[in-house]
Ligand binder design. Structure first.
Ligand code: ADP
Ligand code: MG
Ligand code: MG
Length: 207
């Protein structure tokens, strides 16, 4: 991954979030306050502006700037969680060009940070349910010799499956947990958006 690919990833997330804004809002309206699509749209469109305006010296600088922008522009749970995840990933990628192994370590660091900040485990019906299997799949693909594009595709597939698997779960973290059993039968919006983030990486890497 190089600096241009990192930027293309952020642009791809922005495009996906713009396209899916309404759906993310509807998913969040069912289990939360309905702002997830709008939160992410505001955050990633600001992040695109910020990374286009800067002259980054590393892949990590692009991701760190994205994270900082998300933290400052997005309220609620997802801003700090996504923002800190991107910052944690950015910290691991201090070079103009990084290898798939480095990206794997960065994704692991992002997951670690989300778990640390939010305290959610897999099965709590949060973005962790998509991110954890995605990181596993990415690392496994790299381990067996896969390149970035292949590993990112495996991660995106695993994230989508993880997001689908949130439907029958009862939420144990975040706003949706206030619903108790009534959170059952709905997808977790943050898990769905996490799958969009990883699919955008796979698409950028495939170019
Ligand atoms: P808010 O709930 O503050 O309105 P958003 O709607 O933008 O924020 O984001 C909600 C998403 O954030 C949830 O669908 C879930 O995936 C994620 N989330 C909430 N709390 C946590 C947590 N403690 N750990 C991990 N993810 C969380
Ligand atoms: Mg919300
Ligand atoms: Mg909110």
């Amino acid at each position: 991954m190089d600096i241009e690919l990192a930027r293309a990833w952020v642009r791809g997330i922005d495009a996906a979030v713009e396209r899916e804004r309404e759906r993310l809002g509807e998913l969040d309206a069912a289990v939360g306050d309905g702002d997830h699509g709008e939160n992410l749209r505001r955050g990633f469109s600001s992040a695109v502006e910020a990374v286009e305006a800067m002259d980054p010296d590393s892949v990590g600088a692009v991701l760190t700037k994205t994270g900082t922008t998300l933290v400052s522009r997005v309220g609620g749970a997802s801003g700090p969680l996504y923002g800190s995840a991107f910052r944690a990933a950015g910290k691991r990628l201090a070079a103009e060009r990084v290898e798939p192994e480095d990206v794997g370590a960065a994704l692991s660091a992002a997951l670690e940070e989300v778990r640390r900040l939010g305290g959610a485990q897999t099965g709590d019906k949060t973005m962790v349910d998509a991110l954890a299997p995605a990181v596993d799949a990415f690392l496994k693909a790299v381990d067996s010799g896969g390149g970035l594009s292949e590993a990112a595709r495996a991660a995106a597939d695993a994230a989508e499956e993880g997001a689908r698997a949130t439907e029958p779960l009862q939420a144990r973290k975040g706003r949706a947990s206030y619903l108790g059993e009534r959170s059952i039968g709905h997808l977790d919006p943050g898990a769905v958006s996490t799958a969009l983030v990883l699919r955008a990486l796979a698409e950028a890497a495939a170019q």
